[in-house]
Design a protein around this ligand. Structure first.
Ligand code: ZN
Length: 102
């Protein structure tokens, strides 16, 4: 038996007849690969490596390399699905919080 739980709030949705929503997201770099030459790619790569090494030397956390394409799939309970549909990027809820510097 498959087990389903909400990926946002953890609510168990395994029960028969439980409402469940599937959210599929695909994010990718909007650069047209046909416009990139090999030279561009190599230059970027070298620059990126230099930047990484530089950051490492400074004792900083290495930056996370972004994948060019990422597909995600989430199971949502009705409640979280509704919240997502109303505010997909969480902008509304983010602006509600006033983060103080301390
Ligand atoms: Zn939920």
């Amino acid at each position: 038996m498959m087990h389903f739980s909400c990926d946002v709030c953890g609510k168990d949705m395994t029960q028969d007849g439980a409402e469940r929503y599937v959210l599929k997201m695909e994010a990718f770099a909007a650069t047209d690969p046909a416009e990139l030459t090999e030279e561009d790619l190599e230059a970027d790569h070298v620059e990126e490596m230099a930047r990484l090494l530089n950051d490492l030397e400074e004792g900083e956390e290495p930056p996370q390399l972004l994948p060019t394409c990422k597909k995600m799939r989430f199971d949502l309970c009705p409640n979280c699905f509704r919240k997502f549909v109303n505010d997909p990027l969480g902008r509304e809820s983010a602006s509600k919080f006033d983060f103080s510097p301390n």
